[in-house]
Design a protein around this ligand. Structure first.
Ligand code: ADP
Ligand code: MG
Length: 442
């Protein structure tokens, strides 16, 4: 390298040489610097070339970089414009979807009934019971019940779930309905049927086999996340029980404290509210399972047999959704009710007395009131008798109008339960707006 000139030989150089040497050394140094700069320059050009895939003359490197910056700004602006356009289109599509949905419910009604039949259990097999339910091999919305005289009675619903159908399969049919609460619709889902037919299994499920309630919240979180560019949602959960026409808050902090006495009040906007009912904000699925379990625990306090009480009361889970449209600022508040109803079995007046008879009368009254309200809605009667029970009164703002209703009618396949099964299927046909024979006497 020129910078490492051997100065030990300097004495042999002439005077002239001695004068020119420092200049020569300086020149050498400068020339090295230029070579290094050129190398850096070429490396920089190559880097820019690899980014833009175009070659630039050395002096234009700076302009090229500037150009890149400008191109980036233009792209950013274009992206923002496209994003705004998509948001506007989405808003228009939401309004159009709602308008079309309202047209469809004018034609088809917004009450659906699903039937779910469980398996014959070991006890029933041991006692010699057989299955009285025949499923149509080609349709998933028809079944036949075989009577003691071998006569067959056909029932038709919106969907029929067979014993082998999983919780996932049930939720797959239910999820479009629950998700519509995020579009501002009020939704009610009921599980109706005799005790032991799987109402709690369908709604609550088990830790290994979650039911509609937990899956619903999971789906609501997933869809809210998916829509986070356009909508902001807040979700709250409340849980209450209606037992003997009394309302009990199930999400209390101290389960040993006496239950708050809750009443239904009409708000200034004309909706039915339950003042002082706990509302717990939920943000993620982890929050939900424990919350639902704690509600179930409070439900059984004070009862000698948890299952006994749970079959004699209605359990209501309410999900409140506050929505804010980030495009037009429009706000919505909607409710989704998930209801595990009291057992619908008829209790003989001779066999029961006292507390048990009173319970039965309250259950009969509220279930008949529910049947009356839904069938009045299905047949578009002018007067809807909401006030005949606490259950229908609480749900008044979420039943009727453009609210959506789904009833699961749960049945046992056992020949021993034939009478109750026919009653449940008749009840479900009635709420669907199809009469199927005389109502069962309670
Ligand atoms: P209900 O709430 O109507 O009284 P449950 O949900 O408690 O009935 O169901 C009674 C029993 O049958 C429970 O042990 C439940 O796990 C079981 N069961 C009900 N339906 C099903 C089903 N579809 N698959 C598996 N087990 C079921
Ligand atoms: Mg139950």
């Amino acid at each position: 390298m020129a910078e490492q000139i051997d100065e030990s030989n300097s004495e042999v150089h002439s005077d002239q040489e001695q004068q020119t040497l420092p200049i020569f050394q300086k020149f050498e140094k400068l020339s090295n610097k230029v070579t290094n700069l050129r190398k850096e320059h070429v490396a920089l050009c190559n880097e820019v070339k690899s980014i833009t895939d175009e070659s630039f003359p050395g002096s234009e490197v700076l302009y090229a970089l500037q150009g890149l910056g400008e191109a980036h700004e233009t792209l950013k602006k274009k992206y923002q414009e496209e994003c705004q356009m998509l948001k506007n289109r989405c808003h228009l599509e939401c309004s159009e979807r709602r308008r079309l949905y309202n047209q469809v419910i004018e034609l088809k009604g917004n009450i659906k009934v699903f039937c779910r039949c469980r398996l014959l259990n070991h006890d029933e097999i041991a006692k010699g019971s057989t299955s009285v339910v025949d499923f149509d091999s080609t349709q998933d919305n028809e079944l036949k019940i075989t009577g003691p005289d071998s006569s067959k009675k056909q029932f038709k619903f919106d969907h029929i779930f067979r014993p082998e159908d999983s919780q996932e399969a049930v939720f797959a049919q239910t999820s479009p309905l629950v998700v519509s609460v995020l579009d501002g619709f009020n939704v009610c889902i009921f599980a109706y049927g005799q005790t032991g037919t799987g109402k709690t299994f369908t709604m609550e499920g088990t830790a290994e086999n979650w039911g509609v309630n937990y899956r619903t919240l999971e789906e609501l979180f997933r869809v809210s996340d998916e829509r986070s560019d356009i909508m902001r949602y807040q979700l709250f959960v409340s849980m209450l029980e209606v037992y003997n026409e009394k309302i009990k808050d199930l999400l209390v902090e101290d389960a040993d404290q006496p239950a708050k006495k809750l009443e239904i009040k009409q708000s200034a906007e004309g909706t039915q509210e339950v003042p002082r009912l706990s509302q717990v904000p939920v943000h993620k699925t982890d929050d939900v399972w424990e919350l639902l379990k704690s509600g179930s625990r409070v439900r059984s306090v004070g009862s000698t047999n948890a299952n006994e009480l749970s079959s004699r009361s209605h359990c209501l889970l309410r999900v409140t959704v506050l929505g804010e449209n980030l495009v037009n600022g429009q706000r919505t508040r909607s409710h989704l009710w998930l209801v595990d109803l009291a057992g619908s079995e008829r209790v003989g007046k001779i066999e029961v007395e006292g507390e048990r008879l009173k319970e039965s009368q309250f259950i009969n009254k509220s279930l008949s009131a529910l049947g009356d309200v839904i069938s009045a809605l299905a047949s578009k009667t002018a007067h809807i008798p909401y006030r005949n029970s606490k259950l229908t009164h609480i749900l008044q703002s979420s039943l009727g109008g453009d609210c959506k209703t789904l009833m699961f009618v749960q049945i046992s396949p056992s020949s021993a339960d034939l009478g109750e099964t026919i009653c449940s299927l008749n009840f479900a046909s009635r709420v669907r707006g199809v009469e199927h024979g005389p109502a069962c006497k309670q």
